[in-house]
Every structure is written in C-alpha cells, then in structure tokens.
Design a protein around this ligand. Structure first.
Ligand code: NAP
Length: 294
C-alpha cells in the first residue's frame, strides 16, 4: 500500500482523505478532451435519459447527469414520461432508442413506479447501449472477465483506489453488502484486480471479526454510521458507499467517519467520496460506448 497517514492534526497522524470530487473532475476533464477529439473526427456521442414520474430525488439525479453531459460535450436527449405511463409504452420507447444509430447510451432513471417491472425494463435496453451496466449480459460479462459496461458506482470505487495509488493486488478486501448494484459488482471488480475478496451480508456471523481482517474495507450496508472503529483494522483503507441524510439534513455515510478516521491509513468522506464518482463513470461508459460500438 503506498498511502501513509503523514499529515498531522493536533499532534496525531491523519488518514489520507480520498478526494472523490477531485478525482471525478479529473476524469470528466479527460473525457471532455476525448469527446472533443471524437467531434473533430465527426463522431458525436448521444445519451438518452428517461425519467418516469417526477420524484424529486430522481429529478435532481437526472439534472446532474444532463449537466455532466453538457460539460463533457455529450448530447443528451431527455424523455420525461408521466407517472402513469404503461409498461408497454416505456418498452416501446426503449426499443425505438435501441434501433436509433445516433443514440449511444440509454439510461432509465430508477426506481420506476410500482406497476412497471424494472427487471424487464433493464433487460429491454440493448446491451451495447446499457451505460448503467445493469443488463444481465453486462453483469455476466463482468463475472467472466469479458468486455462490457461496468456499473458506475463500483467502477468509480476502483478509480478512487487506483488514482490514490492504493494497491489492490494481494490485499485482503472485505465488502459489506451483496446488492446487485454495489456489493456484488465491486466484489467481482476487486477480484479482477487480484484482491482476496470476502463478501459479508446480513447472515454473516461475527461480522466484526471478518471486517477486521480487511486491508481494504468497502462498506455498502445502507445503515447510517454503522461501521465504527471496532470493525476496522488499524491502518486499513475504508471506502464508504453509503449515503444518508440525518435529522439535521446533513449527509453521512455507512461509516462513522469521526470514529474511524483516526485509526485508518485512508478513507473516503461523505459527501465528496464515492458519490461524485458515479456520474463521472456514467460519462466514462458513454464515451467508451464508441469503442464498444466499433
Ligand atoms: P442494499 O440493496 O440495501 O444492500 C445492503 C446490503 O447490506 C445487503 O446485502 C444486506 O444483506 C447487507 N446488510 C444489511 N444489514 C447488514 C448487517 N447488519 N450486517 C451485514 N450486512 C448487512 O443497499 P445498496 O443499494 O447496496 O446501497 C448501500 C448504500 O450505498 C446505501 O446507503 C445507498 O444509498 C448507497 N449507494 C450510494 C451510491 C453512490 O453513488 N454513492 C450508489 C448506490 C448506493 P442481505 O443481502 O443479507 O440483506
């Protein structure tokens, strides 16, 4: 591990704070240059963004994705559909976008209203336009080490580690959580990077004993400040995927940052850690769709 906690605060060493804001900006700037190159060669990248209903959180996420497209130079097509649209109508739109040569990526903002089958919607997106990386073919490709889109939050975690010079190879990596969007794909990615991976979940016995073995601990449990220093080995790297708003409307993660930071070598903050990486990696997937198309 290359990270050392050398900065001092009130006489004690501080953990290296993994800066997701900075790293995501670097990635977006690199992509902006690449998109400009493509444009010079007459290639335009287009992302179709579909939102069903007007859930306020979804509206914010969709707005941020469109802003990122604009910054990078990706054209975004916006489809704002009524909450009560039928499943068939949504599937028809996706099929139409699948067939359009000028559309590189299709993103359906989740969650969808209850009367629409999310799995069916995801399966209907053509795998070569599945920039969210949720299609079973993308997930299958990841598990057998073939080329395909990787879901954005886990892909972002790998970038955070690599760009902070944190080695994964040969390290004990423990993931808390086995969801399809975070826990499982990040475990596969850590394995791909030659980490020794253990996955924990709600039925894991002696969770603390397992997590204390981790050189790199990735927490995606969905419970505010669940992980305290009793779960963490001294000098470990901690990646906090969780995002919650507390009673004072402040954001916090699945890790109790103030308790854990003094004993670890590196840690992601919330906000400003994993969060900003998700959109950056969505943009990365849109840009790499050009290569995949070739
Ligand atoms: P999820 O689907 O609720 O999965 C939580 C996982 O934690 C499950 O696998 C569950 O185990 C496990 N778990 C629950 N209680 C546990 C316990 N006491 N001990 C051990 N394991 C336990 O959550 P998710 O979608 O993966 O999201 C996790 C967090 O990341 C949430 O806070 C979410 O908001 C956040 N998130 C952030 C981003 C981002 O861009 N920053 C993206 C996605 C998610 P079982 O499988 O046994 O139930």
């Amino acid at each position: 591990m290359c990270i050392q906690n050398t900065e001092t605060h009130k006489g004690r060493k501080m953990a290296f704070i993994i800066d997701g804001k900075k790293i995501s900006s670097e990635i977006k700037d690199e992509l902006k240059e690449k998109v400009a190159e493509y444009k010079k060669n007459g290639i335009e990248i287009t992302l179709a963004v579909i939102q069903v209903g007007n859930d306020p959180a979804s509206t914010v996420y969709v707005g941020n994705k469109k802003k990122a497209c604009e910054y990078i130079g990706i054209r975004s097509l916006s489809y704002e559909l009524e909450e009560n649209i039928s499943e068939r109508e949504l599937l028809d739109l996706i099929e139409e976008l699948n067939g359009r040569k000028d559309v590189n990526g299709i993103l359906v903002q989740l969650p969808l209203p209850k009367h629409i089958d999310e799995d069916l919607v995801i399966k209907t997106i053509a795998p070569e336009k599945d920039v969210d990386g949720f299609h079973p073919q993308s997930v299958g490709a990841l598990s057998i080490g073939q080329e395909g889109f990787v879901s954005c939050t886990p892909a972002g975690i790998i970038q955070l580690l690599k760009r902070s010079n944190i080695e994964i190879e040969g390290k004990e990596c423990v993931v808390i959580g086995r969801s399809n969007i975070v826990g499982k794909p990040i475990s596969l990615l850590m394995l791909r990077e030659n980490g020794t991976v253990t996955i924990c979940h709600s039925r894991t016995k002696d969770l603390k004993e397992v997590t204390k073995r981790a050189d790199i601990l990735i927490v995606a449990i969905g419970k505010p400040k669940f992980v305290t220093r009793e779960y963490v080995k001294e000098g470990a790297v901690v990646i906090d995927v969780g995002i919650h708003r507390n009673a004072e409307n402040k954001l916090c993660g699945d890790v109790d940052f103030d308790d854990v930071e003094p004993i670890v070598s590196a840690i992601t903050p919330v906000p400003g850690g994993v969060g900003p990486m998700t959109i950056a990696m969505l943009m990365y997937n849109c840009v790499s769709s050009v290569e995949l198309k070739k």
